[in-house]
Design a protein around this ligand. Structure first.
Ligand code: EPZ
Length: 406
C-alpha cells in the first residue's frame, strides 16, 4: 500500500497525453478469452485493473505478451478453473468472466466480484441476460444448456450487463436481441472487437442484434479514456493553470464542459487536444446519469472544482450513494453537505491535509485540493487511484506538480 506525497500550491501548466480507456479495455480483455486464437489489443493503459484482468486470463491458460501499449492474447488453449478469489475481488471487471466462461467453457462460478465499494454492486442483470440465452444455476456454478435464440430486455441500463450479454451472445450460433442496452461508446468498441473475430453485430435505436459463431482472431484499438481526459481538464481549471489534454475530444465531454463554460470557464482547442482554463463566476451543478449524460465516474471530480470557485450541487442517478469520498475531501477544507442523491458544495478555502482514497475516482478527487493547497499533503491507499490512472506521477510531474509515491 503506497501514499502520494504532494507539495502543492502552484498552477499546473503543460501537456498530458491520456492513456487508453479503462472501461473500454477491460471487457475486451475478458472477451479475448472467447476467441480461439490470437487477439491483438492496442493502446492498452498501464493500470492495475489491466494487470489483474491479465492475471485472471493467464490463470485460464491464455498466453499474454505485452509490448509497449499492445497486448497480444493467445487464447487458443484454455481450460476452466475458478478464479483466485483475491483477484476476482480486486476489480469489478471480473464480472465479465460470467459471459466469457459461459461462452468458452459452458460454465462459470458465480463468485464474489470486486470494484469500487461506494454502494452494493449487484449482478442480477448479468445473470438475467445469461439465463435468457440458455444459462441455468447449478449450485455455485452457472451452466449453459443448448443455446437458444432469445431476446434480452434489460429493466435497467447497465454497462457491465450489456457488455457481458454481448460477450456471451457473440459466441452462440443463434440470434440474440438485446433491448435496453447501455449506450456508452465503449460498448461499440467491444462490439467492433467481437465483430473483428467473426460475430455479426448490428445496432439500432431499440436493440443490438447479435449472430454469434466460433471466434478465431480479433483486434481492437482502445480509444482514449474520457474519465482521465475529464480529470486533467478539471485539474487545469481548478489549479488556475492551463493543461493541454490530448485524449477524448472535447465534443464528447459536453455534459461535463457545458455547465462549466456556462459559468465562465474557457476552452481552447490546440495541438490535438484542448485546454480548460479561466474561472467560474457563478455556482454550477452536475447530474450524473447513463450515457449520453454526465458519466458517474466524473462526478467525484467535479466536487473539488465547485469548492474551488462558487460552489453548486452534484447529484448521481446511477450510484446515488457514491459520495463517501466527500468526508475525505473535507479534511482539505472542502465544504459540502448531503442532499438527496448528492451533495451541495460550498465555496471553500483549501488547506493541506492527510487523507485516504476510499475508491478510484473519489481518490483522484483528493489530488485536487492536495495539488492546490500550499504545503505537504499525503493521500494514502494510492493503489486505488492507480487502478484507473496510468503513469500518474509522471503525468502530474510533467505539468509542474511536486508529487512522489512512497
Ligand atoms: C461500470 O460499472 C464501470 N466499471 C464503473 O466504473 C462505472 O462507474 C459504471 O460502469 C457506470 O458507468 C467497469 O466498467 C469495470 P453498471 P458497472 O452495471 O458495469 C445497477 C468501477 O468500479 N446494476 O452500469 O458495474 C448498478 O447498481 C467504476 O470500475 C444492477 O442493478 O455499472 C447501478 O445502479 C469506477 N444490477 C446501475 O445498474 C446489475 O446486475 C449501473 O451500473 C448491474 C448493475
Amino acid at each position: 500500500m503506497s501514499d502520494f506525497v504532494i507539495h502543492g500550491g502552484r498552477p499546473l501548466f503543460g501537456t498530458v497525453a491520456v492513456g487508453g480507456s479503462k472501461n473500454a479495455v477491460l471487457p475486451i480483455i475478458f472477451a479475448a478469452a472467447t476467441v480461439k486464437g490470437v487477439s491483438v489489443i492496442e493502446n492498452v493503459p498501464d493500470i492495475s485493473d489491466v494487470e489483474t484482468a491479465v492475471f485472471l486470463l493467464e490463470e485460464l491458460g491464455a498466453l499474454i505478451d505485452r509490448s509497449g501499449t499492445t497486448l497480444t492474447v493467445d487464447a487458443s488453449e484454455l481450460s476452466y478453473r475458478p478464479p483466485t478469489p483475491s483477484a476476482a475481488l480486486a476489480i469489478r471487471a471480473s464480472t465479465y468472466l460470467i459471459g466469457a466462461e459461459l461462452a468458452r467453457f459452458g460454465k462459470t462460478e458465480i463468485s464474489s466480484f470486486g470494484g469500487c465499494n461506494f454502494e452494493p454492486r449487484p449482478i442480477d442483470l448479468h445473470l438475467y441476460a445469461a439465463r435468457c440465452m440458455g444459462a441455468f444455476a447449478d449450485g455455485s456454478l452457472f451452466r449453459m444448456s443448448k443455446p437458444k435464440s432469445s431476446a434480452v430486455f434489460f429493466k435497467k441500463v447497465s454497462v457491465g450487463a450489456t457488455a457481458n450479454a454481448l460477450i456471451l451472445a457473440s459466441s452462440l450460433p443463434v440470434l440474440t436481441e438485446i433491448y435496453g442496452y447501455a449506450r456508452e461508446p465503449h460498448i461499440k468498441t467491444l462490439a467492433e472487437f467481437l465483430s473483428s473475430a467473426g460475430a455479426k453485430i448490428e445496432f439500432s435505436r431499440e436493440k443490438i442484434t447479435v449472430e454469434g459463431r466460433e471466434l478465431t482472431s480479433a483486434h481492437a484499438v482502445i480509444p482514449p479514456d474520457p474519465i482521465e481526459t475529464g480529470t486533467f481538464a478539471l485539474l487545469s481549471l481548478a489549479s488556475g493553470g492551463n493543461i493541454t489534454v490530448k485524449g477524448t475530444p472535447s465534443g464528447e465531454l459536453t455534459p461535463l464542459l457545458a455547465p462549466l463554460m456556462d459559468a465562465g470557464a474557457e476552452i481552447a482547442e490546440e495541438g490535438g487536444g484542448f485546454r480548460l482554463f479561466g474561472e467560474l463566476r457563478s455556482p454550477c451543478s452536475f447530474f450524473a446519469e447513463p450515457y449520453p449524460g454526465l458519466a458517474t465516474d466524473l462526478q467525484p471530480l467535479t466536487v473539488p472544482v465547485l469548492a474551488r470557485f462558487l460552489g453548486g450541487e452534484v447529484r448521481d442517478s446511477v450510484f446515488p450513494r457514491r459520495f463517501g469520498y466527500a468526508s475525505e475531501l473535507g479534511r482539505f477544507g472542502v465544504l459540502s453537505e448531503n442532499i438527496p442523491s448528492g451533495v451541495r458544495v460550498l465555496p471553500s478555502k483549501f488547506s493541506r491535509a492527510r487523507a485516504e482514497a476510499v475508491d478510484l475516482r473519489g481518490g483522484a478527487a483528493l489530488l485536487f485540493p492536495a495539488l492546490i493547497s500550499e504545503g505537504e499533503s499525503v493521500i494514502s491507499s494510492a493503489h486505488l487511484i492507480k487502478r484507473g490512472y496510468s503513469d500518474l506521477v509522471k503525468k502530474l510531474s510533467a505539468v509542474g506538480a511536486d508529487i512522489i509515491e512512497k
